[in-house]
Write a protein that binds this ligand. Structure first.
Ligand SMILES: Cc1ncc(COP(=O)(O)O)c(C=O)c1O
Length: 369
């Protein structure tokens, strides 16, 4: 199907920065700098600088960032880790694959974990919390950090959807033991394939993650320290991501501008809830522009028919999939979200005219003039 408005448009994004990306490609290829070279180090420094942590460690996915963080937090068999019921499955899989026990907590209407529900989920076996800053909005980190301090829990931030988002002016990914990042192509900082990183202020965690990503080996000496993984951020991806990171401040402004156009065009439609949760402590970056309506499936079909590409995060909460064998209970907010949400096109490639077309198509659906 050919869309009038794509959810994201990587080819158009490439055209916007073609000269710089091509130059980065030529530099990497002509030097043969493929594994753990200067481009990776440079990107890590820039990412840490942007997030406001001492260190960043490039990895090959957000999942690996979460999994290694679980190991760095010392999660072992029987340890409970509290995770939001409404998140991408990778957050939960990292806990399970590290040997931990998943304990889920429901979210609030801003789609992020409800701190009151975290408190209720705590037991004597609780070891860590993974707040997920979903859709480009930080969790209430005053509440999360004070619960963690009170109950001596490690905080691992799933910041995969929140690069640039702030809480009281501090960037997500700089509060916990680690911040976990994804550079999957649809992300705010999207690479040309998979990619991820950990940010941290802890030198031991930095060293541990750098060893684990390279099969437990210290590259300089060839000595092995751990049974690790092969999950480096490739040098060429790092070179591309460094180019994109330079554009990030301008691209975050653009995301906020698009969100504002949506807000102006869609406010006042009865039965349509927009993702603007007024609270000055939060600086949102709109990884996703999520709207909510009880007529979700009809609206989805109407937008699709009119050439607008829509994603739904997520139609079925992950804990309901039988194959995962999770015995977790029910989470009413997560379940109504799964019936009601849809994510509108939100990317820096989209034009104002395209955003207005999406708005017009939605207004037509609701017969809102
Ligand atoms: C909230 C969240 N957590 C974790 C991940 C996993 O990241 P990756 O796809 O890079 O493994 C993603 C990416 O889709 C995500 O959105």
């Amino acid at each position: 199907m050919s869309y009038k408005v794509r959810f994201v448009d990587p080819a158009r994004n490439y055209k916007m920065i073609k000269k710089e990306i091509d130059a980065a490609y030529h530099e990497v290829m002509s030097r043969g700098d493929l594994i753990m070279r200067g481009q990776l180090k440079h990107f890590e420094e820039k990412l840490a600088g942007f997030v406001g942590t001492k260190y960043a460690v490039g990895l090959n996915s957000g999942y690996d960032a979460l999994h290694i963080s679980m190991m760095a937090a010392g999660i072992k068999s029987g340890d409970e880790v509290i995770v939001p019921a409404h998140t991408f499955l990778a957050t939960a899989s990292a806990v399970v694959n590290a040997g931990g026990r998943l304990v889920l907590a429901d979210v609030s209407e801003d789609y992020n974990v409800d701190p009151g529900k975290i408190e209720k989920a705590i037991t004597s076996r609780s070891k860590a919390i993974i707040p997920v800053h979903l859709n480009g909005r930080a969790c209430d980190m005053d509440a999360v950090m004070s619960i963690a301090i009170k109950h001596r829990l490690v905080v691992i931030e799933d910041a995969c959807q929140s690069l640039g988002a702030t809480f009281r002016g501090k960037k997500t990914g700089s509060f916990g033991l680690t911040g976990c990042w994804s550079f999957y192509p649809f992300k705010i900082l999207g690479g040309y394939g998979d990619g991820g990183a950990i940010t941290t202020n802890d030198a031991k965690v930095e060293r541990y993650a750098k060893l684990l990503r390279y099969n437990g080996e210290k590259k300089e000496t060839g000595a092995y320290y751990y049974h690790g993984f092969t999950c480096l951020l490739d040098n060429i991806q790092a070179a591309f991501l460094a180019v994109k990171l330079r554009h990030l401040p301008e691209w975050l402004r653009r995301r906020r501008k698009i969100a504002d156009i949506y807000r102006k065009g869609l406010s006042g439609i009865e039965g349509l809830k927009l993702p603007h949760f007024e609270d000055k402590r939060f600086g949102d970056v709109f990884q996703n522009y999520v709207v909510r309506t009880s007529r979700r499936d009809e609206l989805y079909n109407h937008l699709k028919k009119n050439g607008v590409e829509i994603l739904i995060h997520w139609r079925i909460p992950y804990y309901k999939y039988k194959g995962l064998k999770l015995k977790t209970g029910r989470f009413s907010e997560t379940e109504s979200i799964s019936r009601e949400v849809l994510s509108l096109p939100m990317n820096v490639e989209i034009t104002d005219a395209q955003v207005k077309y999406v708005i017009k198509t939605i207004c037509n659906f609701f017969q809102f003039m």
